[in-house]
Design a binder for this molecule. Structure first.
Ligand SMILES: Cc1cc2nc3c(=O)[nH]c(=O)nc-3n(C[C@H](O)[C@H](O)[C@H](O)COP(=O)(O)OP(=O)(O)OC[C@H]3O[C@@H](n4cnc5c(N)ncnc54)[C@H](O)[C@@H]3O)c2cc1C
Ligand code: FES
Length: 352
């Protein structure tokens, strides 16, 4: 049987027991501690922490998430690290409200209920819980969906709220040849079984605050933001929200009417869609440009606000310094990076 070790997290003074055959992140989830995380596979750096004392062994990770020099200085990725002695770990990103907000992680069997296009390349997938107990989760979280016939999974954020008990809904961008998303157009059909595990993620509304909010998203990154907005409306949380959403052309926009009408349920809500490459017959008279440039141009001093960002990593990486220049410190910027699973090429650069 694998040996067990004690991990102490500073500065929050929380102690957990982990086994050598699980990652520290998995051990923490098992004990209901919701450490900061994103991809859970060494790609995004959200779980990066500092090893004050002890010895770990790292599974494969991308050097984009943890550079060699950082590893030499003592930084580590908790989603890849196995403890080989008792450890003391300094958490770099944590939130007391989040640490104890963990919902038990479950595996459940679902059935495809429906698949319908939202745009030419973003589809709505609806999974019925097929007699399972409802999945407890916080709006903004995601699950891992197993790719049928493989041991691989892909992460997808729920776009529905936890109040919808009998199903899980997703907004999924189709990548030609994508191992999972590629199945949505022709292969998956109502009735097919899909294994799901979760909920994961810390992209959830910090409710101890009543600060005004800025949401920034692009593409299928609308999914968890849609869930957060709907959940705020359902629960009567009336904080001022501006939602900036970026798409290439008009054919890439969806749910625009519902978002424009959302202020009826969510007073203080404003939706600002922007197109980065409008087509000549789009007849677009809205904002034009990359969404980060649009926010930069339209907003002034944002100090005191909180920001929630979701979408592809380059959009998030560009938003953080831009928001910083407008007065929002990194500690008040929460994000979900839709990283992709490492390609063969990336894995070659990754360390064993
Ligand atoms: C926390 C989290 C939440 C996520 N939530 C969502 C969500 O709600 N909706 C959603 O659509 N996706 C989401 N993703 C991304 C999703 O998990 C998959 O990575 C994505 O759907 C591609 O998987 P695939 O199996 O279809 O493609 P793969 O087989 O993994 O990749 C196939 C090809 O497409 C390329 N490719 C794949 N993804 C991208 C990309 N993002 N940008 C550029 N090229 C790409 C790859 O390089 C490869 O060449 C999330 C990711 C994370 C980490
Ligand atoms: S959660 Fe560890 S690198 Fe993404």
């Amino acid at each position: 049987m694998a040996q067990r070790h004690t991990v102490t997290f500073e500065p929050v003074d929380i102690e957990i027991e982990v086994s050598e055959d699980e990652t520290i992140l998995e051990g923490a989830f098992r004990q209901g501690i919701m450490l900061a995380h994103g991809c859970k596979e060494g790609q995004c750096s959200a779980c990066k922490s500092f090893l004050i004392e002890g010895e770990v062994d790292l599974e494969r990770y991308s050097t984009f998430a943890l550079a060699d020099y950082e590893q030499e200085e003592g930084y580590t990725l908790l989603c890849r690290a196995h403890a080989f002695s008792d450890l003391t770990v300094e958490l770099l990103h944590y939130d007391e409200e989040m640490l104890t907000s963990g919902v038990p992680i479950r595996s459940l069997k679902t059935k495809v209920d429906s698949i319908e296009p939202l745009t030419h390349d973003i589809y709505k997938l609806c999974l019925a819980l097929d007699g399972e107990e409802p999945l407890e989760f916080h709006a903004g979280q995601y699950v891992d969906v197993r790719i049928p016939g493989t041991d691989s999974t892909r992460s997808f954020s729920m776009s529905n709220t936890p109040a919808v008990a009998d199903r899980l809904e997703f907004m999924i961008k189709i990548y030609p040849g994508g191992q999972f998303s590629g199945l949505l157009k022709d292969e998956l059909a109502p009735g097919h079984e899909l294994q799901v595990k979760g909920p994961y993620g810390v992209f959830i509304l910090r409710e101890h605050s009543d600060a005004d909010l800025i949401f920034i998203g692009g593409g299928a990154g609308m999914a968890p933001i849609w869930s957060l907005l709907d959940s705020m409306a359902e629960r009567g949380i009336h904080r001022n929200v501006t939602y900036y959403y970026g798409a290439r052309a008009r054919k890439d926009l969806f749910h625009v009417d519902q978002l424009q009408r959302l202020s009826e349920r969510l007073p203080g809500f404003r939706f600002v869609p922007a197109l980065s490459e409008p087509e000549p017959d789009d007849e677009w008279d809205g904002e034009v440009g990359l969404i980060t440039n649009v926010v930069d141009r339209l907003e002034g001093d944002l100090s005191g606000r909180e920001a929630y960002l979701c979408g592809p990593p380059p959009m998030i990486d560009a938003s953080i310094p831009m928001l910083g220049a407008h007065g929002i410190p990194e500690a008040r910027i929460f994000y979900d990076k839709f990283t992709i699973t490492a390609s063969e090429e990336e894995q070659e650069h990754a360390r064993a």
